[in-house]
Each structure stands twice: as structure tokens, then as C-alpha cells.
Ligand binder design. Structure first.
Ligand SMILES: *[C@@H]1O[C@H](CO)[C@@H](O)[C@H](O)[C@H]1NC(C)=O
Ligand SMILES: *[C@@H]1O[C@H](CO)[C@@H](O)[C@H](O)[C@H]1NC(C)=O
Ligand SMILES: *[C@@H]1O[C@H](CO)[C@@H](O)[C@H](O)[C@H]1NC(C)=O
Length: 371
């Protein structure tokens, strides 16, 4: 008797238990469905937003990104808003079109509120004494009244890190095909340019062509004269200035990647300025428009320049120095194109509106806790 009763009681308990489990499972499923729907909604919201960002960034000049909203958080442009102490150094290589570029900076410095300073190195030397390097590095870092500032001059790269200075400047540069640069320099010494036509240059009156110079194996057109862009990027070490030194080329490449924010090429100056306008807007806001509108007035042309013959080109290209300088140029060009593709996208340049279209911001924050 007792056993039967207990047995029934047991059954009822089991039944209640089972019902409870079914109920709990049912509610669990309902809840899952709910959150699944929420997720789907969220995803389509994000998709729509990304789509909108893509579109807006293609049609309008944006600096610093499009709409935020949703749960993804964009990051404002730090440099534009906060870097009042920014120092940029452009250690320009002679005859790389640097005058056209720096004139843009001079024209914009008032409206964009920064200083531009020329570093006049005594006797056109490109290397400073150790004591002068220390002086230069400390003065640039500590001279707050002049910040934000853009320094430019014909000076080899100075490694601020080795002087124990905490805040480093941002380095930028332009590089040109080495033979073009040499030919340009060769004629510049003889004929001057339209920038300062009254100045009598070192070889004024010498009418020998570059081709003849190469034929006669004279000093002014010797391939060793091309050894300048490698040492400018390499810096202040002895080996940097030894024409054809392998370590110097490797060091130049390393510095180009690790120490420079951006290195453009003379042949694609407009895109260099576009990249700067997007990357350093506090200095280069409006630079593309300005550059295109004043292109003619800024061009500094060497007065007489003839293209070297194919025979001359062949002789030059056989030299080790040309090959190594060209290797640095090709390295810089590949890096510049790589960054340009990722920054500006494919159809970045809209020459009819002079607007630079940047790709939408490629990273966002989410899951920020605690709320
Ligand atoms: C640098 O300073 C020297 C001496 O004052 C001057 O003669 C020279 O023209 C200056 N260089 C430039 C490029 O302005
Ligand atoms: C840096 O040099 C300039 C020019 O000589 C000078 O006016 C300025 O006070 C110097 N700044 C510092 C922090 O030494
Ligand atoms: C450039 O801008 C103009 C005017 O906004 C527009 O009509 C044209 O489609 C744009 N071209 C490209 C390649 O984006």
C-alpha cells in the first residue's frame, strides 16, 4: 500500500519536473529568437552605415571620417586637434623639386597656424658635428614658442633617439630618380634656374652638355655625384657617405620605413601633397587646392636642360652607385604606392574638384566597458 502511494507521488513529481524543463527550454528558445532578431537588425544597421560611409567618402572631401552612431566608435583626428607641439622636419635633397613643395608650406603656414623655418647649414654641408647635432636636436625639441613648426634644409637624417630626447619630430621627404636629379643639378650649376635667375652659379659660362661630360669622364657627371639620397636617409654615420656602401643602402631603407612618416617622389608630387593633406591636416589643410592653383608660379625650372642620350644613360646605369641609388628610389616608390592605395583608394584623385577623397576609417572601437 505504502509503496504504491509513494510510487504515484514519485510519478507526479517526475511529471512536474519534466513540464518545468519543457517550459524553461521553451522560454530559452523564445529568448534566443529575440536576440537573434536583434543581432540581425544590428548587423543590417552596421551594414547600412558602412555603405553610407563608403558613399559619402567617395563624393565629399573628408578629413577625419564620416558619421559615427550605432555601437561602433570612430576616432577623432588627434593630430589636428591636440598636437600643438608638433614638429615636422623635411630634410630636402637638392634638386628634387623641393622648392615647389616648401613654397606650399610657406603659403599655408599663416592660415593653418604653424611656423616654417629654413635650416641654413654652413657651406652647404649635409653633416653636422656631434656637438651641433646635440644642439640642433635639443633646440628643436625644446623651443616651444615656435611650435607647431616645419623645419626644412639640406641636412642628413639626425637620430634624435640617441640624444635621450623623449619627443621626436615627424620626418618627411621627397626622392627623385637619381639620374634625373644629377642631370638637373649639372645644368643648374651652369645655367641657374628661373627661381633666382640673377644668381651666378658655380659653373656659369660652361656650355658643355651632360653627354659630352660623360664622354670626357669629367668630375661633374661622375656617378659618385649621385650618392646623395642614400646618405640623406642613412644619416650621420661615416659609412653613409662612402659611395656604394652596402650597409648605407640598407640603413637608408630602414630609416625610410621606421623614421619617416611619409616619403613621396618628385614625379608624383601632387599625390604626395594629397597624402599629407589627409595625414597631417593641421599643416596641409587646403594644400592640394593651393598647389594646383599656383602650380605654374611655384615651378622652379632649371633654365637649359637637355635629355641625356641613350648611350649616356647606359654608361651611367652600369655604375654601382646608380644601381644602389635606383634601388632606394624603387624601394621608396613601392612603399609610397602601397600607402597611397590604402589611404586614398583607387579613384582617389578627382582633378575636376581638386578634392582628396580618403578611404573611410578602417578601425572602430566597440564593447567599451564599463558603460
Ligand atoms: C645661408 O646663409 C648664408 C650666410 O648668411 C647666405 O649667404 C646663404 O645665401 C644662405 N643660404 C640660403 C639657401 O639662403
Ligand atoms: C633655439 O634657437 C633659437 C634661435 O637661436 C632661440 O631663439 C631659441 O630660444 C632656442 N630655443 C631653445 C629652447 O633653446
Ligand atoms: C569628380 O567630382 C565631380 C563633381 O563633384 C563628379 O561629377 C565626378 O563624378 C567626380 N569624378 C570622380 C572620378 O570621382
Amino acid at each position: 500500500m505504502m509503496d504504491k502511494k509513494r510510487y504515484m507521488f514519485h510519478n507526479i513529481l517526475l511529471l512536474i519536473g519534466a513540464s518545468l524543463v519543457v517550459l524553461i527550454l521553451y522560454f530559452e528558445i523564445l529568448q534566443l529568437e529575440g536576440s537573434n532578431q536583434k543581432l540581425t537588425e544590428e548587423v543590417s544597421l552596421i551594414r547600412a552605415q558602412m555603405h553610407r560611409n563608403d558613399k559619402s567618402s567617395l563624393s565629399s572631401p573628408i578629413i577625419g571620417g564620416g558619421a559615427g552612431g550605432g555601437s561602433l566608435v570612430e576616432v577623432p583626428n588627434v593630430i589636428l586637434d591636440e598636437r600643438k607641439d608638433l614638429v615636422v622636419i623635411y630634410n630636402r635633397v637638392p634638386k628634387t623639386g623641393s622648392t615647389s613643395f616648401i613654397n606650399v608650406a610657406y603659403d599655408l603656414c599663416r592660415q593653418n597656424s604653424y611656423h616654417v623655418l629654413h635650416i641654413n647649414v654652413t657651406a652647404n654641408m649635409h653633416v653636422l658635428s656631434l656637438a651641433n647635432q646635440v644642439k640642433f636636436a635639443f633646440n628643436v625639441s625644446k623651443w616651444d614658442a615656435i611650435k607647431p613648426a616645419l623645419y626644412h634644409g639640406h641636412i642628413a637624417f639626425v637620430d634624435f633617439a640617441k640624444f635621450g630626447i623623449k619627443s621626436h619630430p615627424v620626418w618627411i621627404n621627397l626622392i627623385r630618380r637619381p639620374l634625373d636629379r644629377l642631370v638637373s643639378y649639372y645644368y643648374f650649376l651652369r645655367f641657374g634656374d628661373d627661381y633666382r635667375p640673377y644668381l651666378v652659379r658655380r659653373k656659369h659660362g660652361d656650355k658643355m652638355s651632360f653627354d659630352d661630360c660623360v664622354q670626357k669622364k669629367q668630375a661633374d657627371c661622375h656617378p659618385d655625384n649621385m650618392w646623395l639620397q642614400v646618405p640623406f636617409f642613412c644619416g650621420h654615420s661615416a659609412s653613409c657617405w662612402e659611395p656604394g656602401n652596402k650597409w648605407a643602402l640598407e640603413e637608408a631603407k630602414r630609416n625610410l620605413i621606421n623614421q619617416y612618416l611619409l616619403v613621396g617622389v618628385t614625379e608624383e608630387m601632387e599625390d604626395f601633397i594629397r597624402m599629407l593633406e589627409v595625414t597631417l591636416p593641421s599643416f596641409f589643410k587646403g594644400a592640394v587646392k593651393h598647389y594646383l592653383n599656383s602650380k605654374k608660379s611655384h615651378l622652379r625650372r632649371t633654365v637649359q636642360k637637355t635629355v641625356p642620350s641613350s648611350g649616356t644613360v647606359k654608361i651611367i646605369q652600369e655604375s654601382k652607385v646608380w644601381q644602389m641609388e635606383q634601388e632606394l628610389y624603387d624601394f621608396a616608390l613601392a612603399q609610397f604606392h602601397f600607402m597611397r592605395r590604402r589611404t586614398l583608394g583607387q579613384s582617389a584623385t578627382n582633378r575636376s574638384t581638386q578634392a582628396t577623397t580618403e578611404r573611410p576609417q578602417q578601425f572602430m572601437y566597440e564593447k567599451i566597458r564599463p558603460k
